[in-house]
Design a protein around this ligand. Structure first.
Ligand code: AMP
Ligand code: MG
Length: 397
């Protein structure tokens, strides 16, 4: 059977990034930059004060206390043309430009006004003290944000700071989600024997949104080929299609057959992993299509391990989830040569991370995904593990 690593390579194989579009800054949160952002100016633009106080020349400050003549007031937003002369100080506000001739700011707390126009400096400062230099945040010509950066609050602030009103971002990949199964009913419907409420439309939709895509729910298709085809056709203009269920060995698993009649070129079907063994991947035209197992946990885990990396590649982002090393709090029994993906909760004590299983790990136990901080990856060649053994955990929370 195909190893996980080989399968992932096939999935990522010939993925090209999405096209880009403009968005105004106020709509750019959580989008992904499709351009490098280059600063057109130094920021701060001019040297300015980090404190409310008195701008002085440190050459004058041989001994303290020292009385200086207040030669002016520098406030924010106004350029200052006056030059400081020996024996003078200028009152200055935080953020106001440093006048020529000054090379430090004494905070107002370290001064006393002795008479009108005369200030007493009580403590010495070094050259450059409380001065924010031009370009100390950003230098003109510097790449401040790279293509492929996800735009969070700080990035929004930086884009504003460098004067961008709109930015080029990758289009959101539209990910069609089709669930199958004659037993599947809408969440609003009453449970009857043999019926199962549709979980996957919702958990997969959440995952698509979490990783920057636009979900397109195609609904529940049942298990007849004609119905499957009708629903599948509605997703053919998407960027990615996910079909849950109907790809196993059951008598009514017609998904692959239906896909084939739409021109599906399957690249693989089964992967040596747990959960999630029956996974079909291929293309119709250029569109990647995933046939994921219907079990709710398997479909979420196989999304995280296959669909998410593909979505990252579509917007030029790093493919790997952040990983940490943790020590097991539960023993793990493993007898096969598959890669296992276990759901764990993490805690930190004694300078170490500890991972405990989120309860029973059956692929139908959705509770195992609740309060899951990460996915423990147990490699193919690992045997059973003991309490205290080290494992690698991908952070998903
Ligand atoms: P399948 O992959 O179609 O053989 O389905 C495997 C298991 O997952 C079966 O027990 C299905 O009832 C269940 N299942 C499939 N699709 C869904 C869904 N959308 N929501 C909840 N359970 C599902
Ligand atoms: Mg089914």
């Amino acid at each position: 059977m195909l190893k996980f690593g080989q399968a992932l390579k096939i999935v990522l194989g010939d993925t090209k990034p999405m096209k880009w579009e403009w968005v105004v800054l106020s709509r750019a949160h959580r989008r992904v930059l499709a351009e490098d952002i280059i600063a057109q100016n130094n920021i701060p633009y001019t040297d300015n004060s980090a404190m409310d106080g008195y701008a002085i020349s440190t050459k004058d400050l041989k001994t303290v206390p020292l009385e200086l003549k207040v030669a002016g007031v520098v406030s924010c937003g106004k350029p200052i043309t006056k030059r400081l002369r020996p024996g003078e100080a200028m009152a200055i506000m935080t953020g106001a430009p440093i006048p020529e001739g000054c090379d430090g700011v004494v905070p107002v707390e370290d001064t006393e006004l002795v008479a009108s126009g005369i200030v007493r400096i009580l403590s010495k400062i070094n050259r450059g003290r409380n001065v924010r230099y031009s370009g100390e945040d950003v230098r003109k010509g510097e790449v401040v944000l790279e293509r492929g950066t996800s735009i969070g609050p700080a990035e929004l602030g930086m884009l504003a700071s460098v004067g961008r009103k709109r930015v080029r971002v990758f289009r959101k990949p539209v990910v069609a989600i089709l669930v199958t199964g004659n037993e599947i009913i809408e969440p609003g419907e009453r449970l009857r024997p043999g019926r199962v409420r549709d979980i996957n439309t919702f958990s997969l939709r959440g995952l698509v949104e979490r990783f920057g895509g636009a979900p397109l729910a195609l609904g529940i298709a049942g298990d007849e080929k004609a119905k499957l085809l009708r629903k599948m056709r509605k997703g053919l203009n998407s960027d990615v299609m996910i079909i849950s269920g109907g790809v196993s060995m059951g008598r009514f698993d017609f998904v692959r057959a239906a896909l084939t009649s739409l021109g599906y070129r399957e690249r693989f079907w089964k992967v040596a992993m747990k959960p999630g063994m029956p996974i079909s991947f291929g293309h119709i035209g250029r569109m990647p299509i995933f046939g994921l197992p219907g079990n709710p946990v398997s479909s979420m885990v196989s999304f995280l391990e296959f669909v998410r990396p593909l979505m990252m590649k579509l917007v030029d982002r790093p493919i790997d989830l952040p990983e940490i090393s943790a020590r097991l709090k539960n023993p793990i029994v493993k007898k096969d040569n598959k890669r296992h993906f276990l759901r764990v909760k993490l805690d930190y004590s004694d300078h170490k991370y500890f991972a405990s299983l989120t309860g029973p790990q059956g692929s139908g136990i959705l509770k195992s995904m609740i309060e899951c901080d990460g996915i423990a990856v147990i490699p193919e060649n690992a045997k059973s593990l003991k309490v205290g053994d080290r494992i690698t955990v991908q952070l998903v929370a």
